[in-house]
Design a protein around this ligand. Structure first.
Ligand code: PLP
Length: 466
């Protein structure tokens, strides 16, 4: 295996790629891009995909361990999906879900979701992006109380370090300070509560105590704010890749749900990252047998073939908007796009035909077993996650959990190492996060972990971390 001499070693790009990179720098603004990284290693131009692999414009092949930002769960290039989308396009490429009309494919998808979703969730509000879904759920919860004569219930509780999307409402419900701080002031009426963090509790408590403290804090905030002023709480049952999938202790979600139910506070579960098979169950909340009032899905929902997300809610809540004289006052032109709906139906067929949820559970367990072997490196402090969502946190000291100096950018080093060795690995600082396609094989998982192993070894040597 090729050991790099540091972060910045050049990749040889063809003339065509270099021209595209220049055009991209000139004409495209990339979100959340660290332009110093881009300047150093060149914009990656991905041109083609096949299964778990993507190919850059020079034909170099990469095993994508993050499934195109947690979307391509069935792998790239699925002709049956192309066919389903094409057939829908031939019928009608677009007609909106609006006022008094929609398309048959949208009805079929909503029926299918009602059959899949847990508990009494049976009405879908279909949109496009994850942010549209969380924003819609927040607005639906607030308008629900308006419609039933409780307009004073408008506040939204959200958790520290969470991510719920980029639009103004979704961002106001996002607990990542670095994401919010560039947009002051955020929308009023959003109130932050603690979240448990089994590995990095801000009060340095053990996992159980951290979750107990988060519950006590949430209860205190509810009482402080006034229960009758709070419409809903938004949370991801397992927080996403920003914090490296910290799984809460088993009592936390049921107790939080019971607390909110006692106060009539609606629950919004954001399963954009963690839903639809990623944790080895259809929906992440099924691990704890808790059912929210609104369940948001996106990303892998359409396996990346077309933008599509959904809020699934109860008949009781949706019914309020369906009474004469009422309407859900919200909407997007392309929400519930029929070609996207056809793609999702074909994705669900693939899930069922290929047993992908079960496969995610099995491959996730194998991935986890292999990742635990990385503890042979003293800088590996924690391996955690659920199902296909796994994270490896690197630290300066495993005993004290002291973080590595961010100036070193060890996570970036391992990411760059992997890239030079034909693999895409995402890092959030020194947390390496994995969410591979469900169709990944054991051999490919071996390749992933072997590359990480070599990358971490190279980092230890390069930064003298032994
Ligand atoms: C948990 C969670 N919620 C919401 C979103 C927003 O989704 P989108 O980027 O599709 O708008 C994301 C995206 O990463 C997410 O991870």
């Amino acid at each position: 295996m090729d050991i790099p001499d540091g972060h910045g070693r050049e990749i040889e790009y063809s003339e065509r790629t270099r021209a595209m990179q220049e055009d991209a720098m000139r004409h495209v603004l990339i979100s959340l891009s660290h332009y110093e990284d881009v300047e150093r290693s060149g914009i990656k131009i991905i041109e083609r995909g096949e299964g778990c692999y993507v190919f850059d414009a020079d034909g170099r092949r990469y095993l994508d361990t993050f499934a195109s930002l947690l979307t391509s769960v069935c792998g790239h290039h699925r002709p049956e999906l192309h066919q389903a989308m094409l057939e829908q396009m031939r019928r009608i490429e677009f007609y909106p879900v609006y006022h008094d009309c929609l398309t048959p494919v949208v009805i079929e998808l909503a029926k299918r979701l009602a059959a899949l979703a847990p508990g009494d969730l049976e009405v879908s509000y279909l949109v496009s992006d994850g942010s549209d879904a969380t924003e819609s759920a927040i607005k639906m919860a607030r308008q629900y109380f308006y419609e039933i004569g409780e307009p004073g219930r408008y506040k939204i509780l959200y958790r520290r370090n969470s991510y719920h999307g980029a639009s103004m409402g979704a961002m106001a419900a996002t607990g990542l300070q670095w994401f919010r701080e560039v947009q002051p002031p955020t929308a009023p009426g959003f109130v932050q509560v603690m979240a448990p963090n089994p590995y990095r509790c801000e009060l340095d408590l053990d996992p159980e105590q951290s979750a107990r403290m988060a519950l006590r804090n949430t209860e205190a905030v509810i009482n402080w704010e006034g229960p009758h002023s709070i419409a809903a709480i938004i949370l991801d049952p397992v927080p996403g890749s920003n914090t490296g999938f910290p799984v809460p202790p088993d009592f936390y979600l049921p107790e939080l749900k019971a607390l909110c139910d006692r106060h009539g506070i609606l629950t919004i579960y954001d399963e954009i990252q963690v839903g639809l098979g990623k944790t080895g169950r259809w929906f992440c909340c099924e691990h704890w047998d808790v059912v929210p009032h609104f369940l948001c899905v996106g990303k892998g929902f359409s396996a990346g073939f077309a933008p599509m997300s959904a809020v699934i809610t109860t008949r009781q809540i949706a019914g309020v908007f369906q009474q004469p004289g009422h309407d859900f006052r919200h909407g997007h032109t392309f929400a519930g796009h029929p070609v996207s709906a056809a793609a999702v139906l074909a994705v669900l067929d693939i899930f069922e035909r290929e047993g992908l949820v079960q496969r995610a559970a099995e491959m996730g367990a194998y991935l986890r077993r292999r990742l635990e072997g990385l503890y042979r490196h003293p800088i590996v402090g924690d391996v955690r996650g659920l199902g296909m969502l796994q994270a490896v946190e690197m630290v300066a000291d495993r005993e004290t959990r002291e973080k590595l100096s961010s100036d070193l950018d060890v996570g970036g080093f391992v990411r760059d190492f992997a890239y030079r060795n034909g693999m895409i690995i995402r890092n959030n600082g020194d947390i390496l996060v994995l969410a591979p396609p469900f169709v990944i094989t054991r051999e490919q998982i071996d390749e992933v972990v072997d590359t990480m192993d070599a990358g971490i070894a190279a980092a230890v040597e390069h930064f003298h971390l032994a």
